[in-house]
Ligand binder design. Structure first.
Ligand code: NAD
Length: 498
């Protein structure tokens, strides 16, 4: 465990490019390894939010930014990437304190944020507007313009990566961004603001406003000067925000929860599958939207495979996020652990059999922390609450299946549609099943792998819209058609002669 008192932010918020004390309710960041307080500071008030949006509006309208040439704007994005890259160890320590995730995980998230800024700098420089095919005596073009001031609302589980996924394309597109990170892990976004500020982004174009969802999040969604929202978070919150955006006729993208099926066919390479499944559900202690939390194993190998999986799960190293070799760290906080435990209790009530885990860890290293054993539950039908709902913790349910048709039906019998994992040596079958499962992302013989160039998002209760990929820039722009007369002649309809 690392004492990093000197590395914490100073508690001020980034309000439209100005570092100011917040005037909202206090926010406390806690290190969930031992329950100690990282720091307490004031979150943003409604007035802080109003001020940030007004400054953002002025900064975005300034031709110095609005009309900045793409390669000049790309330089700023590269400087932000450089700043994150130079600070990866510090950012990952901060994020591990803030979220309880292992240093390996948080370093990977910071590195992915670097890649995201560089990628959108490249996309910006290489995305062309179009001269469209002429159908008359005019030149026609389709061009893209910034939306104006936009909002980003992010959850607590992977702060710097999900923040970058919104900020990088939104800034590349020429907008000003008001970011509201989660109150459970607010520190990394403030660190990111410091880096962005030092990189020379013109003042006002970024605000980072930790604060209550109902107050600051709501202000950003409802405010007349906000023209688009990208939200990542829970499905219930997403539904509410979608309704609010609909009333305003404002575009919104929603990256929401999941209950992703992972499918192991009898011909699978079992060692490969065990390793991928463990990583898919127990890394980040299962607090991942794409966690492979519903495992289907073909009946002919069910007993042997599940026994292997349980044995490997029991061998996972659970412990201090700062210790070398830790695979499973504590949950984000004690309150969330209770919510996950309630699901495990519920599974018992539904008649589920706990094959391993299910309890808090005990002993000096664990007693004060929000630790929970990696847990595998069997014996429940696919329509049990444990199999239907997102638990967002280190909890895997396993179910048997008989045929390809059977597993496609069971896999799709769930309101979510975020991700899917398929383990088989039969590639045509993997392709068929991957096509038939409702999911925004399908992994074949691997799991939880990402590339910034591949669009990501969910279907059904897992959300609307996609982030990442080349098109990830366009969602932050308005498209405009322009017609320019080439004839020099008055329109014949008017009967004007000359
Ligand atoms: P959450 O919905 O509680 O909060 C997400 C964000 O929304 C936070 O910043 C919160 O303060 C804000 N918020 C809450 N209520 C609001 C309101 N009424 N108006 C405006 N903003 C509001 O989610 P969480 O608990 O922080 O995150 C966990 C959830 O996020 C899980 O369901 C997980 O699956 C999902 N998630 C999805 C993805 C994805 O890409 N699909 C990625 C990570 C996490």
């Amino acid at each position: 465990m690392k004492d990093m008192t000197n590395e914490l932010p100073d508690g001020r918020l980034f309000v439209g490019g100005v570092w100011e004390e917040g005037h909202g309710a206090p926010i406390t960041s806690v290190f969930s390894h031992d329950g100690s307080e990282n720091m307490t500071f004031n979150g943003a008030s409604r007035e802080d939010g109003e001020r940030a949006i007004a400054r953002a509006k002025a900064a975005q309208a300034d031709p110095a930014w609005r009309d900045m040439l793409p390669h000049e704007r790309a330089k700023i994005l590269h400087r932000i990437a450089d700043g994150i890259e130079a600070n990866i160890p510090r950012i990952s320590r901060l994020q591990s304190r803030d979220t309880g995730k292992t240093l390996t995980e948080t370093a990977a998230l910071a590195a992915s944020a670097v890649g995201t800024f560089r990628y959108f700098a490249a996309v910006l420089e290489t995305s062309d507007d179009a001269l469209t095919t002429r159908r008359g005596g005019f030149l026609t073009a389709s061009v893209h313009e910034p939306i104006g001031v936009v909002g980003a609302i992010t959850p607590w589980n992977s702060p710097i990566a999900s923040d970058a996924q919104k900020l990088a394309p939104a800034l590349a597109a020429g907008n000003a961004v008001v970011l509201k990170p989660s109150s459970w892990s607010p520190l990394v976004a403030l660190e990111l603001a410091r880096i962005v500020d030092e990189a020379g982004l013109p003042k006002g174009l970024l605000s980072v406003l930790p604060g209550a969802g109902r107050e600051i999040g709501n202000l950003i969604v409802e405010h007349a000067d906000i023209g688009r929202i990208a939200f990542t978070g829970g499905t219930d919150t997403g539904r509410r925000l979608g309704e609010q955006a609909g009333r305003k006729l404002m575009p919104i993208s929603l990256e929401l929860g999941g209950k992703s099926p992972t499918i192991v066919f009898e011909d699978a390479d079992q060692d490969l599958a065990v390793a991928g499944i463990l990583f898919g559900i127990f890394s980040s202690s299962g607090q991942s939207c794409i966690a492979g939390s519903r495992l289907f194993v073909q009946r002919s190998i069910y007993d042997v495979f599940v026994a292997k999986l349980v044995e490997a799960t029991k061998a996972l190293r659970v412990g201090d996020p700062f210790a070398d070799g830790t695979q499973v760290a504590p949950l984000i906080n004690h309150e969330h652990r209770e919510a996950v435990e309630a699901y495990i209790e519920g599974a018992r009530g539904e008649g589920g059999e706990i094959l391993c885990g299910g309890k808090r860890l005990s002993g000096a290293e664990y007693d004060k922390g929000a630790y929970l054993e990696p847990t595998i539950i069997a014996g429940l039908p696919n329509d049990a609450k444990t199999c239907r709902e997102e638990i967002f913790g280190p909890v895997l349910v396993v179910l048997p299946f008989d045929t390809e048709e059977d597993v496609i039906a069971q896999g799709n019998d769930n309101e979510y549609g975020l991700a899917c994992g398929i383990w088989t040596r039969d590639f045509p079958r993997a392709w068929r099943v991957g096509g038939a499962i409702r999911a925004g992302t399908v992994w074949i013989n691997t799991y939880k792998q990402f590339s910034i160039s591949t669009p990501f998002g969910g279907d059904g209760a897992s959300g609307i819209g996609r982030e990442k990929g080349r098109e990830g820039l366009r969602v932050w722009q308005r498209q405009k058609g322009i017609y320019c007369d080439l004839t020099g002649q008055p329109h014949p309809w008017a009967g004007v002669t000359r």
